[in-house]
Design a protein around this ligand. Sequence first.
Ligand SMILES: Nc1ncnc2c1ncn2[C@@H]1O[C@H](COP(=O)(O)OP(=O)(O)OP(=O)(O)O)[C@@H](O)[C@H]1O
Ligand SMILES: [Mg+2]
Length: 292
Amino acid sequence: MELDRQVQQLADLIDEINKEQTSLDRKKLITLCTIDVHSRDLVQKLIDERVEDQMCFQWQSQLRYIQSEKTKTCQVNICDAEIAYNYEYIGNCGCLCITPLTDRCFITLTQAQRLVLGGAPAGPAGTGKTETTKDLARALGIQCYVFNCSDQMDYKAMGHTYKGLAQTGAWGCFDEFNRIPVAVLSVCSTQYKTVLDAIRAKKERFIFEEAEISLKSTVMAFITMNPGYPGRAELPESLKVRFAVGWALAALGRTVTEHVTCVAIFAAVPVSLAPHPTPRATLGAACVLEPC
Ligand SMILES: Nc1ncnc2c1ncn2[C@@H]1O[C@H](COP(=O)(O)OP(=O)(O)OP(=O)(O)O)[C@@H](O)[C@H]1O
Ligand SMILES: [Mg+2]
């Protein structure tokens, strides 16, 4: 029944996409279509695996939006993490294909937030570490800023960045974090610990580098790395313990490509629907919470 409804909904969306549309409306419809393809696959999987209990992992591991009974606002649940939707305007920016590995990456990163840690997707270049982090931020209605780290970054620049993030509650995704020299990384770890300690203590204001600033508890830092690449530093232990590490493996290139192709065939508008039809469109994330 539910599957039939999903398939019908998808067919209706495809009809809409095939009609004359403004580019913004088309983008919106394609996003809905991408999400619906995932929902259809999920319902099919639940049927195939004869899942009947709402507490089963297959269902619990999905991002689920509900209205909180207490606050009457939107709340996002995934496994045992309960995250208040942040209502940040994020625009009409499309969404990534949702693969089983995207799901695992989301679980790791949301568990990291629940445990008041940072997130650290790691893996080879082009496996979707940055994009998956941004996609999760969008799903939670949080603003996410990506910083391209270089060996020129010093502790002052990092301090200013943390200050801004803590005051706005935005997420910071520090790309190629292990390009920063080890000496600076050690200071970064102390700076980030100050922020995490203030979140744990549920403070509204806290002292950061001798200045009192406000704190929004949604703030979180993510570091993405290509481990083992030449010229990259090994993270100091003091920093590793502040981040939950998830590994993005290149092996799932096929999954995203299949997914994109599937959406494209379904909607019969291949060019606009395959947002990144390059071999780089490979997301992998056999995410594990590693005790560092
Ligand atoms: N699930 C997905 N669906 C569609 N496109 C994806 C998906 N995951 C990644 N991509 C695409 O793959 C490309 C590479 O992704 P991204 O920049 O996140 O990789 P990365 O792992 O951060 O790479 P680097 O190590 O070079 O920073 C992007 O163009 C992105 O849009
Ligand atoms: Mg990246």
